[in-house]
Design a protein around this ligand. Structure first.
Ligand code: FAD
Length: 491
């Protein structure tokens, strides 16, 4: 089934409990902090119904239509189709909405190719996982995820010694109907706009943290669930011109708080197994499918940034300066490097798991490392090119409503390269990428969305065939040995 944007918005008007500070939000599709981004999400659903994108964003199976990110890839063409669909979705927001509906869905689709990983000596949850995949696919479900415990709560001993409750989300009870969970998960981006939240553990748990290993899904309006929103980013503006991205692309980040939430058994995927809770992401293509989407999404953003660098340099007249051209060349090289890594993941796809094809893991993790490591530098290059131009612009496009100001604005703010209004439009957009509160949140997101950088480098380490590289060294060393005594004597 392929949902429309309108249908999705109706689904999320479901009485979910969202707080901004002490304000309880009645309807996330109507509240000014959320309504415009909700509309952006609905547009993403509507893209699938547009002739231009329908073929790339959907596929048919047994006469039914589904979203492309539910394809279990069997060959490179399937991977290409998945990749292209991610790009179309990401392009719509220039990569600013990282947790669009194709992100967690890709994780679950990756898992569905290796359901046996969900079985162990105590529990057989493979059927649950396959049924959940079918449920997402059949109903075009938007899931977000909360897979990291809250900061400072990763060491239960600290709380036990002081007789304090451990804040991390854990199983507190189980009965015939299911398990009962209480506690916090660090963040769930986009949960405000999603149908469901996948609860899990992407960073390692200690082997005895069994109650925290619970992996399950819950609807966003389930009883006992509260979503605590960070400071919204679009509220400071009353028109899109002044902050074009903040205006309708704040994808939201909420802390997830569960108070005795009942999860039916059929929505439980891992229980009482701290090791398995993490392995489901790496022993299946889940992490690879999901983070290929992240790589592609970042690429869309990179295209916007490179374009901005060029236009800003032209607007200031600096584009002819050799040093500025060098910067532009560097930015172009970075964008091409990332796109090359994305295509490389398909061209060097792996025959894994059995009967399926998956994006090349090492290249995917290399791209993830590239993205996380370089974002601050990339943004700083654009910031440098902007100079003080971003603050030379009037506070608001509303100067255009004032007859006395228009004439001066148009006369003095134009440059030989650009008229005044186009300059203001360009610099307002650039500021929303480098300096606004929205831009600050994007920077934090790019640094942490897949875990802190040492976590990402651990993934790179884990997937490396070290023996292959070491054998290269051995081959070189095999070509020489201790000089024989005769030679030594001759010397
Ligand atoms: C905007 C945003 C959106 C997010 N969205 C989601 C989401 O949708 N779902 C979700 O589950 N999570 C989400 N997260 C959370 C994200 O997964 C975590 O921020 C990330 O895993 C890092 O954990 P942390 O923030 O607790 O940092 P910490 O692990 O506390 O690390 C903070 C810093 O401490 C240092 N450090 C800590 N431990 C070590 C170590 N062992 N070795 C070296 N250095 C160390 C590093 O400098 C590190 O950068 C989001 C985060 C952000 C910022």
């Amino acid at each position: 089934m392929i949902k429309t944007g309108k249908e999705h918005l109706e689904q999320i008007r479901d009485g979910r409990t969202v707080y901004i500070g002490d304000e309880k939000i009645k309807d996330v599709t109507k509240h000014p902090a959320f309504s415009r981004a909700a509309r952006t999400v609905s547009q993403l659903y509507d893209l699938k119904h547009q002739t231009e994108f329908k073929e790339d964003l959907t596929y048919k199976e047994n006469g039914e239509e589904y979203s492309t990110w539910f394809i279990q890839a069997k060959n490179k063409n399937d991977l290409r189709k998945r990749s292209k669909a991610h790009k179309i979705i990401a392009d719509h927001t220039s990569g600013m909405m990282g947790r669009s509906m194709d992100h967690v869905a890709s994780f679950v689709t990756g898992m569905s190719t290796s359901p046996e990983i969900f079985n162990n000596d105590n529990y057989k949850f493979s059927e649950n996982l396959l049924n959940y995949y079918q449920h997402m696919k059949n109903n075009d479900i938007f899931a977000s995820y909360a897979v990291v415990p809250p900061q400072a709560a990763r060491n239960p001993e600290f709380y036990q010694k002081r007789n304090l409750p451990i804040p991390t989300l854990s199983v507190v009870d189980e009965n015939d109907k299911g398990v009962v969970i209480s506690g916090m998960k660090m963040l769930a981006t986009s949960a405000v706009f999603a149908n469901e939240i996948w609860i899990g553990n992407l960073i390692p748990l200690a082997p005895d943290q069994v109650k925290q290993s619970i992996t399950c899904t819950i609807p966003c309006n389930v009883e006992g669930l509260t979503l605590w929103m960070r400071q919204p980013l679009s509220n400071h503006y009353d028109n899109q011109f002044d902050a074009p991205l903040s205006w309708n692309q704040d994808e939201t980040d909420v802390l997830v708080m569960c108070d005795n939430v009942l999860v039916p058994w059929e929505k439980v995927f891992v229980m009482n197994d701290a090791i398995q809770a993490r392995e489901i992401y790496f022993k299946t293509p889940a992490h690879c499918y999901g983070n290929h989407q992240s790589n592609v999404r970042y690429w869309s953003k990179m295209e916007l940034i490179v374009g901005l660098c060029s236009k800003v340099a032209k607007a200031t007249g600096a584009d002819e300066v050799p040093a500025v051209r060098e910067t532009l060349g560097k930015m172009s090289a970075l964008e091409a490097t990332l796109s090359g890594m994305i295509f490389g993941q398909i061209e060097k796809a792996e025959d894994w798991p059995k009967n399926y094809k998956t994006f090349n893991r090492r290249i995917m993790y290399a791209a993830l490392n590239f993205c996380t490591d370089n974002y601050s530098m990339i943004i700083d290059e654009l910031r440098t090119l902007c100079g003080g131009g971003v603050f030379q612009m009037p506070a608001s496009v509303k100067v255009m409503n004032n007859k006395e100001l228009i004439e001066d604005f148009e006369k003095y703010f134009q440059t030989p390269q650009m008229n005044a209004i186009n300059r203001m439009k360009l610099f307002k957009l650039a500021w929303d990428v480098v300096g606004s509160e929205f831009a600050g949140r994007q920077l934090q997101y790019e640094k942490f969305y897949a875990g802190a950088s040492f976590i990402i480098r651990n993934h790179n380490f884990r997937e490396t065939p070290w023996e292959d590289f070491e054998s290269v060294v051995d081959k070189v060393m095999d070509k020489y040995d201790i000089p024989n005594k005769t030679n030594k004597a001759a010397e």
